[in-house]
Design a protein around this ligand. Structure first.
Ligand SMILES: *Cc1c(COP(=O)(O)O)cnc(C)c1O
Length: 468
């Protein structure tokens, strides 16, 4: 499979190059040159496969020419081997035709493990083939950092540095990163906000001599390989509820638009999708867009679902590319306007075609807690605040009671104990393997928001590792 940029001006690349470059050279995002198609029989034949085997089948066409089927199967088998539930992604009935797909049984209890556990191993595999090493640098407001650290720890070809805003993430989130003692993992607490961390990371990527010297790489959700691994569980859900020929609605708590774009990709690959429902918190740029056709950023507001406290949904660019019949020039013009003015609009026809599949609704913190409480009373299932936004949006926007609806549960409730306790009166417990998290030894460095200081730390750490 070859990949093209959404802005049409970057070189066409094979999968292994796309994996390592992340962002395309023209500022666009990579997408497959053509979408592989599955027929009804292909989809029906997925039923009953173990999760890892199903993922291997869905991903194989995307890595063809770069990774063999046997290598891919081994990588994926290992990636999901350590998940805490035998089904990996169990699906539970919430109400009549209403299902919850639990994507929080990985090592860091959020759905990002389902892609990053694969991506970390793909990095290692491709780097070893090329005898190369990389330095991954990222900023986190909570979930991404721990999932990336778990995915990259102890991998020979990778050194990973994660910046988090000191004192501004939850204790569980911090400890999931800082108690990892692997020698290739480096946590830096920055005296500043998440935006300060992100700015430092951007500045390091824009410092080209530094970037080359360290072989910088990124694993944020603009990386195609993460989207690819997420497509699989949409097929998995359809196979599990036996709906091969029947359209299904999906409701997805949404931030950067990566997860729900994977659902859109599944529909382009032949999965009958009735509806894709966007759940937003008070950061509602996407639901406002669905109403008006105008994408316009405002201030980010902190909420109970911090992983969705985002104003610019980077992966939306991939949807724009399909909507504009894959014309990169048009996408580049829209994104340029967005970069300059913080806003762009699409025409009525394109808005209509987005609305044919997408719906969305926003919920504030009070409504989120009410949903956690209501679902707990109805079914005994405890939702985290992100998943609750998904359930609320699905219930508000489901068009067709005859079509099954699957809500993606993106985090374990124990990751957000305070909000869950406020809603239900009971604090959820961490799963057994994390039960001693609050007692484990932490290791991290504290630094001011000073580019020079952070870069010196990175370079010295790399030098020491080389000498050792
Ligand atoms: C990252 C995250 C989201 C948002 O997913 P996107 O792919 O960015 O839309 C939702 N819920 C949780 C728990 C997350 O960690």
């Amino acid at each position: 499979m070859k990949y093209v940029s959404t802005r049409g001006m970057a070189p066409v690349l094979a999968f292994d190059d796309v994996l390592l470059v992340g962002l395309a050279r023209d500022g666009g995002l990579y997408v497959p040159q053509t979408w592989p198609r599955l027929g009804e029989d292909d989809i029906r034949s997925l039923r009953g496969l173990p999760y890892a085997e199903l993922v291997t089948r869905i991903l194989l066409p995307f890595v063809k020419g770069s990774i063999s089927e046997a290598d891919l199967a081994a990588i994926i088998g290992e990636a999901y081997g350590g998940f805490a539930h035998p089904d990996v992604a169990p699906i539970k009935e919430l109400g009549a035709g209403e299902w919850l797909l639990e994507l929080f049984h990985g090592p860091t209890l959020a759905f990002k493990d389902y892609s990053l556990q694969v991506v970390g191993r793909l990095f290692d595999f491709v780097l070893k083939q090329r005898s190369e090493r990389v330095t991954i640098i990222g900023a986190t407001s909570g979930d991404t950092g721990s999932a990336a650290i778990e995915a990259c720890r102890d991998r020979d070809a990778i050194e990973i540095f994660i910046l988090h805003p000191k004192g501004r993430i939850s204790e569980v989130q911090r400890r999931q990163m800082t108690t990892v003692t692997s020698a290739n993992v480096h946590n830096i607490a920055i005296e500043g906000t998440f935006d300060d961390c992100q700015e430092l990371v951007k500045a390091m990527f824009n410092d080209l001599p530094f970037r080359e010297r360290c072989h910088l790489a990124a694993v944020n959700s603009i990386n195609w390989a993460r989207i690819m691994a997420q497509i699989a569980y949409y097929f998995w859900a359809a196979a599990a509820i036996g709906a091969a020929g029947r359209p299904i609605a999906f409701a997805v708590p949404t931030g950067n638009f990566g997860n729900i774009f994977a659902g859109y990709a599944a529909s382009l690959m032949g999965l009958p999708v009735r509806q894709l429902i966007i759940g937003s918190n008070r950061n509602d740029i996407l639901t406002r867009f669905l109403g008006s056709g105008r994408m316009e950023t405002t201030q980010v507001m902190p909420t109970l679902s911090p992983s969705m406290d985002i104003q610019t949904s980077s992966n939306f660019e991939r949807l724009l590319f399909e909507l504009h019949d894959r014309d990169g020039t048009k996408v580049a013009a829209l994104m340029e306007r967005f970069g300059e003015t913080g806003a762009f609009s699409i025409d009525a026809d394109r808005l209509r075609s987005i609305r044919a599949l997408f719906d969305g609704e926003r919920f504030d913190d009070e409504q989120t807690k009410q949903t956690i409480k209501a679902v707990c009373l109805e079914s005994g299932l405890i939702l985290d605040p992100h998943s609750a936004v998904g359930v609320a949006a699905g219930r508000a926007k489901r068009r067709d009671a005859g079509a099954p609806m699957v809500v993606l549960a993106t985090a374990h409730p124990a990751k957000f104990p305070k909000a869950v306790k406020e809603a239900t009166g009971v604090a959820p417990e961490l799963p057994p393997r994390l039960a001693d998290l609050l007692e484990r030894q932490e290791r991290y460095s504290v630094m001011p928001k000073d580019l020079q200081e952070v870069q010196t730390f990175v370079l010295e750490t790399l030098r020491e590792k080389k000498a050792a």
